[in-house]
Design a protein around this ligand. Structure first.
Ligand code: GDP
Ligand code: MG
Ligand code: K
Length: 266
């Protein structure tokens, strides 16, 4: 049995894709519906694969009920694969969640949705380059028009490689490395980076969950304080900015506006 989770921003097309992949006939209204409960079904092509449709979320911080349900499922159940459904027309915002998913270390495939809209727009995403820069598979799809479904199903069925974690500012990386060292006996190796980042962000839920002793807590507080002095910023924003810097670089290298192209050609 293989467990797959569909994750993405609200309205990126998760439920539409879920229905196509599972053959479910549940109707979706024209208005933006919200999924709060997770819903599961079997892949039409292979009933050894269970797909979860998770609530739409912009982040894996525990600030809203959708975020909590999705985060809990990903961290506690560790699905075999995350299919990250992106609205290609909002790439920057959607990649922000992608990076957080990649921080968990769980194998990820990117389903770049809304292909039909993108084809009519003045922008092009070079998904081969995007795939290379992130070291994960990226597939163009249109869930609504059922395009490239066989290609996505193939990626779901094969074993996806592990990827290197997205690497942020080296000063942040060295702080994370020190936190990982402090907690290495309290969490499993595969979860180390996720917990280090969450502790650096002062995530209360993770702090409660790990129940570290006072000595370790002080050590971590010291690491965070030093980083905040170096960056002149609070730890939460240091991580947010690091993710957006990473995304900006990726977008610069993989998105071309055909309008710009026309302008330089004329
Ligand atoms: P969810 O919130 O991620 O579950 O998104 P939904 O599946 O509910 O989709 C949100 C809206 O986007 C609905 O109106 C869908 O019909 C529409 N939609 C989903 N996929 C596509 C697509 O590939 N192309 C277009 N044009 N619209 C889509
Ligand atoms: Mg939905
Ligand atoms: K929706």
């Amino acid at each position: 049995m293989k467990n797959i989770a569909l994750v993405g921003n609200p309205n990126s097309g998760k439920t539409t894709l879920f229905n196509v992949l599972t053959g479910s006939t549940q109707t979706i209204g024209n208005w933006p519906g919200v999924t709060v409960e997770k819903k599961s079904g079997k892949l039409k092509k292979d009933d050894n694969i269970i797909i979860q449709d998770l609530p739409g979320t912009y982040s894996l911080s525990p600030y809203s009920i959708e975020e909590v349900v999705t985060r809990k499922f990903i961290i506690e159940e560790r699905p075999n694969l995350i299919v990250d459904v992106l609205d290609a027309t909002n790439l920057e915002r959607n990649l922000y969640l992608t990076l957080q998913l990649m921080e968990t270390g769980i194998p990820v495939v990117l389903a770049m949705n809304m292909m039909d809209i993108m084809e009519k727009s003045g922008k092009k995403i070079n998904i081969d380059k995007l795939s290379y820069l992130l070291s994960v598979q990226v597939v163009w799809i249109s869930a609504l028009k059922k395009r490239n479904m066989a290609k996505l199903e193939r990626e779901i069925e094969i074993q996806q490689n592990l990827y290197p974690y997205p690497e942020y500012d080296e000063r942040l990386e060295s702080a994370l490395c020190m936190i990982e060292d402090t907690i290495k006996n309290s969490v499993s190796k595969e979860n180390l980076r996720w917990y280090a980042i969450k502790l650096f962000e002062c995530d209360e839920q993770v702090k409660d969950e790990l129940q570290l002793d006072d000595e370790k807590k002080e050590e971590i507080d010291g690491i965070i304080e030093t980083a905040e002095e170096i960056f002149g910023d609070n730890s939460d924003s240091i991580v947010v900015n690091a993710r957006y810097d990473f995304i900006a670089k990726i977008i610069e290298m993989s998105v071309i506006s055909t309008d710009d192209f026309k302008a330089t050609m004329s």
